[in-house]
Write a protein that binds this ligand. Structure first.
Ligand SMILES: Nc1ncnc2c1ncn2[C@@H]1O[C@H](COP(=O)(O)OP(=O)(O)OP(=O)(O)O)[C@@H](O)[C@H]1O
Ligand SMILES: [Mg+2]
Length: 261
């Protein structure tokens, strides 16, 4: 247990620990859903060691990965253990090329052979990136940038990839491509914890899903069951009384804040 003064204090509930155990045990795609401000990104940052970049820290709870406690490690050490987070909003180096961005993804790795293999795999997975290897990242389309952000994450050969809203702002056909890529990444052996407001996209590739509400797990079920759950259909799929809500409307729903874990 530790805390930094003047810092936002994050508690990890037992249910979030169970979620993390589930992701590790099943090595599938697990979806983490929730409205704006539910604590989805915070949960991912707690796992990846990025909380301190957001002036927050874990004051209660611990995180085990491969039997080792990782909640006191820094972000680089966590990447070396096999966990990588692909941030919301892509956060690429806009002035660098596709190749340079990918190389940045492997900056903490000293195993050149593994990096070369990872690079070849990224090129195989993303033929679009192969074509644009020498292009500056800032000139790529939104979908290509998301592919590059995911590709950069793959450069560390992760055992677990944490994806924060990869479909955000993308056209429907691009969302479908990202969806297939996530399935493919999982099929090649990387577990995926997928944060999404696009519940339909997430629950159709995930085996299991969790709905987060003010930092606590409100629902935990198989993805198939969650797709049938009334509250999920109403709030996250917009399927209420025959009314189809757009993703923009769904994103605007912000619950009351009650952080009691
Ligand atoms: N377990 C927690 N305890 C206390 N505060 C928390 C906890 N989880 C999240 N918060 C706080 O709630 C706020 C919103 O959290 P966060 O950005 O993680 O939500 P989100 O679900 O990712 O929302 P969005 O959909 O807008 O991206 C942040 O200020 C965060 O620090
Ligand atoms: Mg978020």
């Amino acid at each position: 247990m530790y805390s930094i003064p003047n810092c936002e204090e994050i508690s990890l509930s037992t249910s979030l620990k169970q979620l993390f155990e589930n992701v590790q045990k099943n090595k599938t795609v697990v979806a983490l859903l929730g409205t704006n401000g539910a604590g989805k990104s915070t949960t991912l940052r707690a796992i990846s060691g990025l909380l301190n970049f957001h002036n927050a820290s874990i004051i209660r709870g611990s995180i085990l990965f491969d039997g080792e406690r990782i909640d006191r490690l820094n972000a680089t050490q966590i990447v070396q253990r096999g966990i990588v987070q692909v941030l919301e909003g892509r956060r690429l180096f806009a002035d660098l090329t596709v190749d340079e961005n990918l190389r940045m993804g492997a900056i903490s790795s000293r195993d050149h052979v593994a990096v070369r293999h990872a690079y070849d795999r990224v090129m195989e997975l993303f033929p679009l990136l192969r074509k644009r290897r020498k292009s500056v990242a800032g000139y790529l389309s939104g979908g290509e940038q998301q592919m590059l952000a995911i590709g950069r994450g793959l450069m560390t050969n992760p055992k677990l990839m944490l994806l924060d809203e990869p479909s955000l702002g993308l056209a429907p056909f691009m969302v479908q491509q990202i969806r297939s890529i996530i399935s493919e990444i999982n099929a090649r052996g990387t577990a995926v914890l997928l944060v999404e407001q696009n519940a339909r996209m997430a629950l159709t590739i995930a085996s299991y899903g969790y709905v987060l509400d003010t930092g606590k797990v409100a629902l935990a079920k198989s993805a198939a069951e969650l797709l049938q759950e009334e509250s999920v259909r109403k709030f996250y799929l917009g399927l209420h009384e025959g009314e189809e809500r757009s993703m923009a409307t769904i994103r605007q729903h912000r619950p009351e804040r009650r952080w009691s874990i």
